[in-house]
Design a protein around this ligand. Structure first.
Ligand code: AMP
Ligand code: ZN
Length: 139
């Protein structure tokens, strides 16, 4: 399979590995969007979040706090963002990964949340809630 992250897992291409266990690998994102920008991946090929089993999710998310605390200790960031991009065009590497992005007051990363609460009614919220609740019931 032509997957760049599987190649890293298999040792076919190099990576700056920061953490490894039986199921999970952590390594520096080549882009270093912020200092310490780290990716966590399952060693097993899983395409994206939609394909992740709860067992896969447990394995990978169970190491997130430990790696986040290591980044905090190493670089003293002002905070940290956890990011996952799911499916094209957001996702550019088709092997599930979590970005850990330590944040610094001087960095240029922009992650912002618009707030539309003032323009929404109770009915708007209930419509969205019902859509999600009924979708969950069908899973
Ligand atoms: P995404 O857009 O969420 O799919 O992010 C994919 C990430 O993989 C990008 O931030 C890339 O910089 C990173 N990346 C791609 N190839 C490599 C590589 N060989 N080693 C480390 N990081 C990589
Ligand atoms: Zn893969």
């Amino acid at each position: 399979m032509d997957c760049i992250f599987c190649k890293i897992v298999n040792g076919d291409i190099p990576a700056y590995k920061v953490y490894e266990n039986d199921k999970v690998l952590g390594f520096l994102d080549i882009s270093q969007t912020t200092k310490g920008h780290t990716l966590l991946i399952p060693k097993k090929h899983v395409a994206n979040l939609y394909e992740l089993s709860s067992e896969d999710a447990s394995e990978i998310f169970s190491v997130v706090p430990m790696v986040a605390n290591a980044l905090k200790k190493a670089f003293k960031p002002i905070g940290l963002n956890l990011v996952n991009n799911t499916e094209k065009p957001l996702q550019t590497v088709n092997h599930f990964h979590i970005h850990l992005l330590p944040r610094y007051s001087s960095d240029s990363l922009q992650i912002g949340f618009a707030n539309y609460a003032d323009s929404l009614t109770k009915e708007d919220y209930l419509e969205v809630t019902d859509a999600i609740v009924s979708a969950i019931k069908k899973t």
